[in-house]
Design a binder for this molecule. Sequence first.
Ligand SMILES: C[S@@+](CC[C@H](N)C(=O)[O-])C[C@H]1O[C@@H](n2cnc3c(N)ncnc32)[C@H](O)[C@@H]1O
Length: 511
Amino acid sequence: MTDWTDGYVTDIDYAYAYCQELNPARAALAFLSKGMAVPDFETACELGFGQGLATNLHAAGSATQWYGTDFMPGQVAFAQDLNRISGADARLFDDSFQEFVHRSDLPDFDFIGLHGVWSWINEDNRDLIVSFLRTRLKPGGIVYMGYNAAAGWSGFAPLRHLMKQFGDTMVAHSQGGVDGIVGAVGFADRFLTANPAFAAANPMIVDRFEKVKTQDPVYLAHEYFCANWHPVYFSDMVGRLGEAKLSFGAPARYLDHLDVLNLTSEQSGFLDQIPDPVFRESTRDMMIARRFRSDYWIKGARTLLPGVLGDRLREQRVVLLRQRSEVSLVVRGGLREVEMQEAVYGPILDALAGQQPVAIGAIEAAVAQNGLTLPQVVQALLVLGGDNHLAPAQPEAVIAEARPKTDALNRHVARMAREGTVIDYLASPVTGGGIRVGRIQQLFLDALLNAGSSPADWVDHVWPILAGQGQKIIQDGKELQTDAENRAALLEQAERFADTQLPVYKALQLV
Ligand SMILES: C[S@@+](CC[C@H](N)C(=O)[O-])C[C@H]1O[C@@H](n2cnc3c(N)ncnc32)[C@H](O)[C@@H]1O
């Protein structure tokens, strides 16, 4: 390792990950649902952006001026390429946090996000980030923070420590990188097979480790093998971010808003007796053994007057991310699956069925005849948004401004899919963020733009690409062998794509 790393894993590049909670457009609904004001997001910044996928999708998909930094130059070069291609003009640096916070060419920000960073850096870097939030976030500004929560990691922490120590002491330097990770996981596997008293004292880590064994070593490298690995107590985070004048705003994952999905009635009843919101949240983390927190914080929370709040909520638009018939009313929270009431969700989904953005006020008007009120509508939208059936939609003027940038980015990502590099997301100017689209579907979109308009044309375009790369379609767990079999399976997929996904992707302006 070289000396600029501060103990971070720098010999393995981070994956092309995307965190939708970094999209400021999602933050607005989370705050409004709690009755709080949000700023206009003119400037935003991501700290430790990894490959920069989220920064690029959000910069291309919105009218916000994005900034960001990550100290791994290979990742930054990739992020800067995407930025150049989209024309989003985000300012992306390969500065360490130490360098970045001292820049004199940064504006003040309405939104600052960091996902998967805080728990993996040392105290000095956390101090730098707190001071950056204190000085660079505007009053009224929002912070998104995703970090490991202490409540869910207590049993696993010693095992992660052992794996890290194995990597540090037992793996030859020449055999570091991914091989070292695989070696450390293998060691932990053999350790657990020897039935250590540690496993008897922490029975749940055995299941947890079974999952670790199936995970990509690149992901494991960044998750478990940094020198710094600090799951954090919520109350400690309240204290640290309090130094930057931030207070807790709202859970960033919409489904976290709903106790019914995450707690039994006994657990809810217990928590309801705790009046202090921070202590309640700490106890709630223990109640659900939470491992990761995704939160929005705010510098100076302002409660909106009821009339103003109603107006702001009614103006906010949302859009369905799939066809009405494809939306399942069974929602999986942290605790269980709950079937949403057709009487509430049916009319709301009907109001959204045209696949176009609809203002919450218009949904409220459409469902008034069903006896549904604005708070019920907002709660249902959070559930549907939390389960990725819908997303907040931007104003038309912003969509029009973003569209040329998202078109350029999406064409490039589809070209990469053609060449074999898979980025599972395209940018929507409607939602201002990333939409998950698999490689084959991206190739169909590429075919639509470059080869023809029928599913048969798309197969003619896509099959030679896959065949040229030695790839075959897997159907019912079996690899299809002949050209004819592969073409037939692709045609089936293409026809399904034309019927179900393409109309949605067109509405989201991915193509
Ligand atoms: C676990 S990754 C998360 C990446 C990205 N936020 C995501 O969720 O996809 C943490 C990132 O922080 C960056 N990082 C760690 N320490 C840093 C430092 N001191 N200065 C700048 N970047 C740093 C790493 O290079 C890495 O890309």
